[in-house]
Design a protein around this ligand. Structure first.
Ligand SMILES: [Zn+2]
Length: 204
């Protein structure tokens, strides 16, 4: 059973972009369970500043991020802070799935454009091009690491219907957000993603 519709719904295998003001909170909800959402954030006043996996993981000294963790930009400014998280397992290592992901990993001959193509299309009206799309923060994506070899596995998300993660904007942002299109990331089923925007003072 999927959770009821909140304010925003992203249909399966698609994506959206919207603005988020400093202080506002974005809640990303997995309405059906086991569905990944790729999240990108850009400084709205200078889109050359973008979410940076490398800097964020470096400063956190961890690869699994949760409540209280800041997400840094390529210029080492905090763009978002995680303020609530009912799952505790997300990925910030792997790039958005794309035509090439499906060609190289899945062997598809007529591949879907994936999160990458969906993000590129959604972000285009904000003047953001495909080459400005970095590693996304992959909400609910479950990527266990073998500590000895470094081998990575894409496992089913730990999220259940209604689980969510909430971010507070530390700058005025452009956000890109998807319902991920990769079979393996979503335990073989494509589902929607819901999201909600609240003022900073709203109860979580
Ligand atoms: Zn994806």
């Amino acid at each position: 059973m999927c959770e009821a519709h909140p304010t925003g719904e992203i249909p399966p295998r698609s994506g959206v972009a919207f603005t988020l003001d400093r202080g506002q909170r974005l809640t990303v909800i997995d309405p059906c369970g086991e569905q990944v959402a790729d999240l990108l954030a850009y400084n709205r006043h200078d889109i050359g500043e973008v979410l940076s996996s490398g800097r964020t993981l470096d400063y956190a000294s961890r690869i699994y991020l949760t409540t209280g963790d800041p997400l840094y930009s390529n210029r080492s400014n905090v763009l978002l802070t995680i303020v609530a998280d009912t799952v505790g397992r997300h990925d910030f290592l792997l790039t958005p799935c794309s035509k090439d992901t499906f060609r190289i990993i899945y062997g598809d001959t007529d591949p879907h454009r994936g999160c990458f193509g969906n993000l590129a299309a959604a972000l285009k009206p904000y003047g953001i091009g495909p080459d400005q799309i970095p590693v996304a923060f992959n909400c609910f994506m479950n990527v266990p690491i073998d500590a000895a070899t470094g081998a990575i596995t894409v496992a089913p998300p730990l999220s259940r219907a209604g689980d969510h993660i909430t971010f507070e904007a530390q700058q005025d942002l452009v956000i890109g957000l998807t319902a991920c299109s990769a079979l393996q990331s979503n335990n073989g089923r494509f589902k929607p993603i819901h999201y909600r925007i609240d003022p900073a003072t709203a109860a979580l």
